[in-house]
Structure formats: C-alpha cells, structure tokens
Design a protein around this ligand. Structure first.
Ligand SMILES: [Ca+2]
Length: 367
C-alpha cells in the first residue's frame, strides 16, 4: 500500500515521542504551548523529521487525498461526508510552517507555572468559577470532578473559551498526515474527524481548532472527542466549541474516565528533609515506565512512609494519616507529593508543567 514503509518508520518514531493516550495539547500551538516543548523531546523530533524526509518518496497532495478517500470509504464513512470534507482540500502552508518550527523555548516547570498563573489569570479563574457555579456544580455531581479543576483546565486550554483555535481541523490534519513527521498519528486522527461529522455529533463547519488538530475549548483531538466528548445540554450536539455545558462535562468526563477519584484531591506541596529531592529520589526509586512525566516521578509509597522519611506538609506539620499512595515530583526546589488524581491530569497532557499548573490553579480557585 501507499508509502507503507514511511508510515512504519513514522510509527516507530511516534512511539518514542507520544504517550498512547496523550492528549493533543502537548502537540499544539494552542493552550499549553510551552508544555509541548517539555513533553516532546525536541532533539528527537527535529532529527527524526530530517531523517524521514530524506528517506521518503514525496507524494502529491491530490493523490494523497485520494488515498484518504479510499481509506475513509473502507472504514464505512459515507460518500456524502467524504465529498463535503475532502473536496477542494489544499495543504495549509501555515500548518506546515508551525510543524517545522521546532525552535520552541523550553521552560522549566517553575517558569511555565509562573508564566501561566499570573495574578489576572488566577483572578479570572475565580470569577469564572463563580459565574458558572450552578452549571459546574451539576457537572461535579455527575462526574465527580470538582469545579475548581474543570475551570482550571478550561482556563489553561482555551483561556476560558476565548481561544479555541480557528483553523479548519480537517485541513490541518490532512496537511500534517501528508507532510508531517507523525503522519500515521494524524492520518488516524483525520479518520476520526470524518467519523465525528459522519455520525452527526457536530457540523463540519464547526470542526476548528489548533494547527495540530486539537479542537474547541476542551482542546480534544478527534480520537478523544469520539470517546469522551459529552452533550450535557442535551441539544443533540457534542459542542465543545460553543456550549459551556458540553465543554465542562467533556473535560470532567475525560478525567473521570482516566481515573479521577472524587474522594481525594491531587496532592500537596511538601517540605523536604535534609538532602532534598535528590536524596529521596535515590531512596525511593524512580518509575521506569510511562510517558516522560511519569518516568520523572518516584515510585508510589503510602503517605505514612513519606512521613517516616521526614517529609512534612509545606507548613512543617505531619502528613495526614490517610491511606493514600503518593509519588514525589518537584518544580525547581519545591517538592510535591501527588496522588492518583494528579496522574489523571497527566493523561490530559503528560507534562508536569501542565499538570502542576492545573493543580496549583485549582487550589487558588478553591471551590
Ligand atoms: Ca450539546
């Protein structure tokens, strides 16, 4: 089949770069753009792109689109949807430019959090939580995810709905599938985008988002949308572009389905014993697997064991006596013990910069 060897090569490269369940915003220009730099190992991505390009026979875009049409038909997508979505499609020069510019500034977790959680941004998050309190309470009651967390993700992903991306998603994904270093990944997302339209979840004209295909105020990739987007206002559309009920419920549903436990929080900042982060990492050991952020976490230990190792609350008190396992992470010299819910946040975007920004913002929102 068409450029099979290219796709196989890209798939291997992708496996190194992408966590299977990773949310798109680690790849996008929207939302946590700086987190993308932390999550995607830039040197690998850059050299990988060059290596693949020299080894590949170029294929003309119209022939590529024809191959998409054939694949979509084989998948059962209707001819009408395919014709509307793929006719007169041109590659996007600006998407190619974004994909090929790898010179992103890599921020530390501390820098990222400080840059995102400015005083006005935190204030807006508090105001938004108050403004949407009734709706957020209903979402929290349905999915078990607190309002403060949903509002924080909404804020960091789309600046509270003010930015959700205007690029046509089909065109962006087709361009990246044709040109990009992660062609197989974007091709699969494109098929899912066609399926969204074909199933009538939302109109084709609404499918817009970031240059990398993350859609709407929740910044879901099409595959995430198909699995987790919600129609919370019951109007028949899963509208993560215009409907706040659908946006909030989709975010909450994503976390719920990725293990969010209603009874606990995300974790807490802690005071470390002498020797600091390095000594504890040595004693407890690091995880050997998972996405990059997960590999940067210590093994899980019961809170009681952390207490015995000399870890205390940020105020210097004893850790709570609850039966919960925690891993140690850090931002600069600040240490945090994080629970399972923090790992649900990493499923949204596997970068400590992003998950800590959500967690610390949610504490500031505090409802
Ligand atoms: Ca709806």
């Amino acid at each position: 089949m068409l450029q099979r060897s290219r796709i196989a090569a890209l798939f291997v490269a992708m496996a190194l770069v992408l966590h299977p369940a990773m949310h798109a915003s680690t790849l996008t220009g929207g939302g946590p753009a700086a987190a993308a730099a932390l999550a995607a190992p830039a040197p690998l991505a850059a050299t990988d792109g060059q290596a693949v390009q020299t080894a590949v026979e170029p294929i003309e875009f119209p022939a590529f689109v024809e191959s998409l049409r054939v694949e979509a038909l084989a998948r059962g997508i209707s001819e009408g949807t395919i014709a509307r979505a793929l006719s007169n499609l041109e590659p996007s020069a600006s998407v190619i430019a974004r994909d090929q510019s790898q010179a992103e500034v890599i921020l530390t977790v501390d820098q990222y959090v400080a840059r995102r959680l400015t005083r006005p941004f935190v204030r807006t998050a508090q105001q938004m939580a108050a403004r949407h309190r009734t709706l957020l309470n209903r979402v929290a009651a349905t999915y078990g995810v607190p309002s403060r967390v949903v509002v924080s993700i909404w804020g960091l992903e789309s600046n509270f709905g003010r930015f959700s991306g205007v690029r046509p998603t089909i065109q962006a994904l087709a361009t990246l599938a044709w040109e990009g270093r992660r062609g197989a990944f974007f091709r699969a997302e494109l098929m899912d985008a066609l399926e969204i339209v074909d199933r009538g979840y939302i109109g084709l004209e609404m499918l817009r988002g970031s240059w990398a295909g993350a859609m709407g105020q929740a910044q879901f990739m099409p595959s995430s949308y198909l699995k987790w987007a919600q129609d919370f206002d019951s109007d028949g559309d899963r509208d993560i572009w215009r409907s706040e009920p659908d946006v909030f419920a989709s975010v909450a549903n994503y976390l719920k389905e990725h293990g969010w436990a209603p009874a606990t929080t995300w974790g807490r900042e802690v005071r470390l014993p002498a020797g600091g982060i390095a000594a504890l990492r040595e004693k407890v050991g690091m995880r050997g697997e998972g996405c990059r952020a997960e590999r940067e976490m210590t093994n899980r230990l019961p809170l009681g064991d952390w207490q015995a190792l000399g870890v205390r609350t940020a105020a210097g008190g004893a850790l709570p006596k609850v039966a919960v396992d925690a891993s140690l992470i850090h931002s600069g010299q600040r240490g945090f013990l994080v629970y399972g819910n923090y790992e649900s946040l990493l499923e949204y975007n596997c970068a400590h910069s992003y998950a800590l920004a959500v967690a610390l913002l949610s504490d500031r929102v505090g409802t």
